[in-house]
Design a protein around this ligand. Sequence first.
Ligand SMILES: [Zn+2]
Length: 265
Amino acid sequence: MRRCIAYQYTRKPPLTLRPRPNVIIRLCSIECCFAHSLEDCKSKENAQFRDDIIAWQPVAPLLYIWDYTPNFGHYQQPFPNLDSLQPNVNFFVDHHVKGLFEQGNYSPGGMGELGPLRAYLLAKLLWNPKTDLARHRQEFLQAWYGKAAPKVGAFLDLMQDQVRGKDIHAHIFDRPQRAYLKADFLRTADEILATAEAAAETDIQKFHVAVTRLPVWYVQISTGEVKGEALESLRSRFLQVARKAGISNISESKSLDEWEKSFKK
Ligand SMILES: [Zn+2]
């Protein structure tokens, strides 16, 4: 079996060349918006990717997809892609995709933003694309957060509301200044998650909520939303929770330690 990546400048199918039957063509969705599904998003990136899948279909009998699920430029940043996971997996299935790789945070300490929830939902989807994903979201929240589950669910809905039905798109290298990460959203999100942390009953559930708060704090720290002593305190809380969680990287290319050193410049 041979593998060829259809990635960035090689994403368009060839006009006349045809892969042999043992060649996997792996099409990569790196440019896409993930706030909205491939079919619903109005961005030109998603329209082009839809066109490319349809164009590859008759060319490549072994069409695979390399798909992206967190923000790789800022692993600890809210990434509102929960609404698009199921429709996109079904879009691939409907277009005869034979293999699907859902790439997550691959750093050594890989507990990125909502990583455990996303991994659970994607595992369920890859097993059965038509599964009841809302039920799986609920069962995860209940098991991971206990009595804090409804509040964490409210936070997830608030995050998705920043992009639902809006001309605001999300890409995998978005910076913290994006329109779906406005200061009022961050403040409300932090209030909701603070009440969630208080509602959690066990130490491990409280810790799970604290880890879930990191992305909100990350953007508040990175954008200067908090200043002075409040900033010092928030950085310290962030680093304490992140180290306890074993988080090693703040992005593909920057470690947590390097990020901390940048505070002192
Ligand atoms: Zn979009």
